[in-house]
Design a protein around this ligand. Structure first.
Ligand code: PFF
Length: 449
């Protein structure tokens, strides 16, 4: 048995787990699903799901991860021997695989945009021209595939070197830098003419805009941004020492994540309204709006470039975590197999992602259930598989780990009060599964409201 690797510092773990959480979800996806899902009402539902389902589940994943000190699949075998519960881990590994196949497409878009800015392609455009330009950029098969390939290449290179060197260092520098740049851009955005309309759109709920589908999207978004339901956080926490304060770590990550999503919304929606763009433009939203906002700053393109580089890092640190759990599950943390496995898995993910990559170009008209490959993968992962994984976890944890063991594990390093433990326990045991089931039933039309 090799000695279990541990994170170098306590704060290092928080940055790495936050690095997994903060990525395309908060920055790219949140504004566009909020824009499509009705703005303020969506934000409210998303916040409720994040606090009452996401946070308890994140704590739950940390607790069982640290307790078992194992990979995504073996964790369940260890905690519930001779049972089929390790299906949660297998499902998580499968979900991560599918997720990274389209996540890397968007990561590739960022790389292409970086190249485009360097090449001067964004110079001198008017505010309405960035969207069409971006549409053109991502419709070219060769370039988008190259972008996706580069994104996967960086991910593979870093992760094949192992968790310590690969993940911890990068997260600690890039995340704070991203936060600072976001604050700058929000200030600029808020001072645009007509910015208030955008702020109102994001912050004032109009419940008439909520539909069963937008509630499902908000649920999926809450899990997506916190990397939940796929055992990523279980795997990351398996590298944790018993001295780490789990509730504090989880709460910090949830707060940073909400702040980033809000900043992304506040950076984008004022621009959307000020420039007369549409909030429901979909996945291209941020790429159409942000350059227009940055162009209003002195040295705008320089700052936009800096933003894109940090944004790419945020996406990469999330991608690292997705591939890490697949690799950890297959190698059982045997480091001699890490390199080969990472390359193999990474190449397969790239291949599976090709149809999603071409969905904004040559395969735009190929649809299944009325969705392009990209949308189908995204919908299946974010709105079905992740909530399903979350549901199974919320059932598994209180069922298979006794209350006193959970209490001991949670209290190691934290000393939280028994009353807070109980709130967490009951939210996870009853509220989370019931809420997820209700949202599912609602979407398939069983409930009428
Ligand atoms: N939380 C990441 C984001 O918001 O971009 C996405 C993610 C990473 C989801 C890792 C799931 C996961 F396992």
């Amino acid at each position: 048995m090799t000695q279990q690797e541990h994170w170098k510092t306590k704060i290092g773990f928080i940055w790495a787990a936050a690095g997994s959480a903060i990525g395309l979800g908060a920055i790219w996806k949140f504004p566009y699903v909020a824009g499509t899902g009705g703005g303020g009402a969506f934000l409210l539902v998303f916040l409720l799901f994040t606090l009452f389902l996401g946070l308890p589940l994140l704590v739950g994943e940390f607790v069982i991860g640290r307790k078992a000190q194992s990979d995504a699949v073996s964790t369940y075998t260890k905690l519930a021997p001779n049972s089929k519960w390790n299906v949660i881990g297998k499902l998580g590994v499968f979900t991560s695989f599918l997720l990274l196949s389209f996540y890397s497409v968007v990561g590739g878009w960022i790389i292409l945009y970086i190249i485009e800015v360097f090449a001067g392609g964004l110079n001198g455009l008017s505010q309405a021209e960035y969207g069409p330009l971006f549409g053109q950029v991502i419709s070219k098969p060769f370039w988008t595939l190259l972008g996706q390939l580069l994104f996967m290449f960086i991910t593979i290179l870093v992760v094949s070197q192992g968790v310590q060197k690969g993940i911890e260092k990068a997260s600690k520098i890039m995340m704070p830098a991203l936060l600072v740049l976001f604050i700058v851009i929000v200030f600029r955005s808020l001072s645009l003419d007509g910015a208030l309309e955008g702020v109102k759109f994001l912050l004032i709920p109009d419940f008439s805009k909520l539909t069963s589908e937008s509630i499902l999207f908000a649920l999926g978004q809450a899990f997506f941004t916190l990397s939940l339901g796929v055992s990523v956080m279980v795997t990351y926490a398996s590298y944790l020492p018993k001295t780490q304060n789990i509730p504090f770590s989880a709460l910090s990550i949830v707060i940073i994540n909400i702040v980033i999503a809000l900043l992304a919304g506040l950076a984008i929606f004022p621009g959307v309204f000020s420039f007369g763009l549409e909030p429901d433009a979909g996945p291209v939203l941020i790429f159409a709006v942000l350059p227009a906002v940055f162009s209003q700053l002195p040295l705008g393109m320089f700052f936009f470039l800096a933003f894109l580089v940090l944004f790419l890092f945020a996406a990469l640190t999330s991608a690292f975590s997705m591939i890490e759990i697949i690799v950890a599950a297959f190698t059982k943390k045997d480091n001699s197999k890490r390199k080969k496995t990472t390359w193999l898995v990474g190449i397969l993910i790239f291949i599976v992602g090709i149809p999603s990559c071409l969905s904004y170009g040559v395969m735009a008209d190929v649809t299944i259930f009325d969705k392009t490959f990209f949308d189908l993968f995204d919908f299946t992962v974010s709105n079905i598989l992740m909530p399903l994984g979350a549901l199974l976890l919320a059932i598994f944890i209180p069922l298979k780990v006794s209350k006193s063991e959970l209490m001991d594990e949670l209290r190691a390093g934290s000393n939280i009060r028994a009353s807070i433990f109980n709130v967490w326990y009951y939210l996870l045991k009853y509220f989370t599964p019931v809420a997820i089931i209700i949202v599912f039933l609602d979407v398939i039309g069983v409930l009428k409201w």
